[in-house]
Design a protein around this ligand. Structure first.
Ligand code: PEP
Ligand code: MN
Length: 264
């Protein structure tokens, strides 16, 4: 893990260079319709949030679950970018799709299930785009950082790590948020790390408390699942929060971040 450990250009990703603010990525689990995405984008922009989740392909545990809208989502992505000053974050699942992602997606997400898909890691390592690398739910921090190393070893240093919970014996939550990974990772590398409390908990009432805990632990940002009509979300509805709940979460997060920044 030579490169990851020696990485010293903290916050080289555009966002962090411009303002040292938290990196917040929010949006629905998956793109469902233009109306759904426009409603989310409008809210995010009004809250000064610069990144929207825009998943076209969903690697689902069950083959019978919604697999994503596919490239029909591209038209929606194009329209969002025409209308709003917002960047899109979208999960890449196939090598063949890289040219399209290079053209239309601002941050390429590598999901938990593909954290050790080494061919995918090598390929995004050759791109000049930020990569959001989620931790596999069965992977150690060392394995996760080795995956970041694959990306770096191929030339791409623009990596954002994302803790999203790991499998434990606990069944009350979908995964167990490994909050300690935030300070542990910070002790090992200067790469930015954000936390996804939505997939970590799988329960909407836990998203805000875990988001606050993550910021308190030193996370550089958050990834949050937000839906205009959470109860009717096509995927992951149990963890989706409404636009109003999201606004409330953001105001609490900003408050705690302000207090902490003053203290640090
Ligand atoms: C996601 O963020 O859309 C997702 C599927 O999360 P994970 O890869 O962490 O399960
Ligand atoms: Mn989801």
């Amino acid at each position: 893990m030579k490169l990851v450990k020696e990485y010293n250009k903290q916050f080289m990703i555009d966002h962090f260079e411009k303002d040292k603010d938290l990196l917040i990525i929010a949006g629905p689990c998956s793109i469902e319709s233009e109306e759904q995405m426009m409603r989310v984008a409008e809210k995010l922009v009004s809250l000064n949030i610069h990144y929207i989740r825009s998943a076209m392909f969903k690697p689902r545990t069950s083959p019978y679950s919604f697999q994503g809208i596919g490239f029909d989502g591209l038209e929606i992505i194009k329209k969002i970018k025409e209308k709003y000053p917002i960047k899109v974050v979208s999960e890449l699942v196939r090598l063949n799709d890289i040219p399209i992602y290079e053209k239309y997606v601002d941050v390429i997400q590598i999901g938990a299930r593909n954290m050790q898909n080494f061919e995918l890691l090598k390929a995004v390592g050759k791109l000049k785009k930020p990569v959001l690398l989620k931790r596999g739910f069965g992977n150690t921090i060392e394995e996760w950082l080795n995956s970041a190393e694959y990306i770096m070893a191929n030339g791409n240093e623009q990596i954002i790590l994302c803790e999203r919970g790991i499998k434990t014996f606990e069944t009350a939550t979908r995964n167990t948020l490994d909050i300690s990974s935030v300070p542990v990772v910070k002790g090992l590398t200067k790469l930015p790390i954000i936390v996804d409390p939505s997939h970590a908990s799988g329960r909407r009432e836990l998203v805000t408390p875990l988001a606050l805990a993550s910021i308190a632990a030193g996370s550089d940002g958050l990834m949050i699942e937000v839906h205009p009509d959470p109860e009717n979300s096509v995927s992951d509805k149990e963890q989706a929060i409404s636009l109003a709940e999201f606004e409330n979460l953001i105001s609490k997060v900003k408050e705690i971040n302000k207090t902490l920044t003053k203290q640090r």
